[in-house]
Design a protein around this ligand. Structure first.
Ligand SMILES: [Zn+2]
Length: 340
């Protein structure tokens, strides 16, 4: 039914999996790999060794807009007219027009500083990284997919599952007939996906609550009868529920740590971040901050903490401490609330 094509990337993540799903005499490709000559040659060699031409690819379905997954889509599109499918919320990430990414990057810096991260690390520009960010790999989307949509090709049928969390437009593709779920970076065995924070409406307030969104997406996938998970990295695996439960346990531990931090009084998300070895390690700070803000977002959604902004900084207080505080200050207490 499908082939896994493991492609090398120049990134720390290692190899990425593209999957080729048989479609009549051709193929549908799920993710494309990074925009390197090495990956391109390997992809073409793989197709040839299975008796296919690149023109036999009927569509490229992207799980999300990160460069390791989406980078080669533009080459297929430019050389063979292959249509590119992705969720509309991945357009800012994928679009060759970088204006929205610039705004988002500025807002992200602002957000992390608001949550207590040191400005000197957040805004640090590494002089060793002389190369400008690679932009040439980006692509237009021919077909924006929507949650619940059924994609029908020659004989391949794939259902679209919008699973926001890792990115706002992360999407899984479900081949119901075989119970195969193509997950991209939503679900990878032994990996805690990074819940990236985005700004879909261009405002700080409109930021994504990516960890609560991710938890809801995991619940959605957990309910599906899945025989095989085909992830964006590492090997295929069978027991998706065990893997999802492992992630929930991991996030519960994070939430407990976050709640403990509030025991001593009001605190900030940065309080959960382990020491960063220096500004050159700023990406580590970003990853820890995503998760840390995510734990507080989860606690806030469950009513366990309150967020307030004081002097431009975001602080969290445990709901139970806040009650005590209010009582001390002569505010409403339980007796008043329950009185006749
Ligand atoms: Zn990714």
């Amino acid at each position: 039914m499908h082939f896994r094509i493991a492609l090398p990337t120049p990134f720390t993540v290692g190899t990425i999996n593209a999957f080729a799903v048989k479609d009549g005499t051709g193929l549908v490709l799920i993710d494309a790999g990074p925009d390197t000559d090495e990956a391109w040659t390997l992809l073409l060699d793989f197709l040839a060794s299975h008796g296919y031409q690149p023109s036999d690819i009927h569509a490229v379905l992207l799980t999300h807009g990160h460069e390791d997954h989406a980078g080669l889509a533009h080459r297929l599109r430019a050389s063979y007219g292959t249509p590119v499918f992705a969720h509309a919320q991945e357009i800012p990430q994928l679009s060759p027009d970088g204006r929205q990414r610039e705004i988002s990057s500025r807002l992200l810096h602002q957000l992390l500083i608001q949550h207590g991260a040191p400005r000197s690390i957040v805004e640090y520009k590494d002089p060793r990284r002389e190369n400008a960010p690679r932009e040439g790999w980006r692509t237009e989307i021919d077909h924006p997919v929507e949650d619940g949509e059924q994609l029908s090709f020659v004989d391949a049928r794939l259902a679209v599952l919008h699973t926001p969390g890792h990115t706002a437009g992360s999407t899984c593709y479900y081949h119901e007939a075989s119970g195969t779920l193509f997950t991209g970076d939503h679900l990878i065995k032994g990996v805690i996906p990074n819940p990236g924070i985005e700004f879909p409406d261009g405002s700080l307030e409109g930021r994504t609550r990516s960890l609560p969104a991710y938890a809801a997406s995991l619940e959605k996938v957990r309910a599906l009868p899945v025989a095989l998970v085909c992830p964006g990295h590492r090997e295929e695996f069978a027991d998706h529920r065990a893997e999802i439960d492992r992630l929930f346990r991991y996030f519960e531990r994070g939430q407990k740590r976050a709640l403990r931090l509030t025991d001593k009084g009001r605190c900030q998300a940065y309080g959960l971040v382990p020491p960063i070895a220096g500004p050159a390690h700023r990406m580590e700070l970003f990853f820890f901050m995503y998760r840390s803000i995510g734990y507080f977002d989860l606690l806030e959604a469950q009513g366990h903490v309150h967020a307030e902004t004081i002097g431009g900084q975001v602080y969290y207080t445990a709901a139970r401490n806040r009650l005590k505080e209010e009582r001390r200050q002569g505010g409403p207490d339980e007796q008043d609330a329950n009185g006749p």
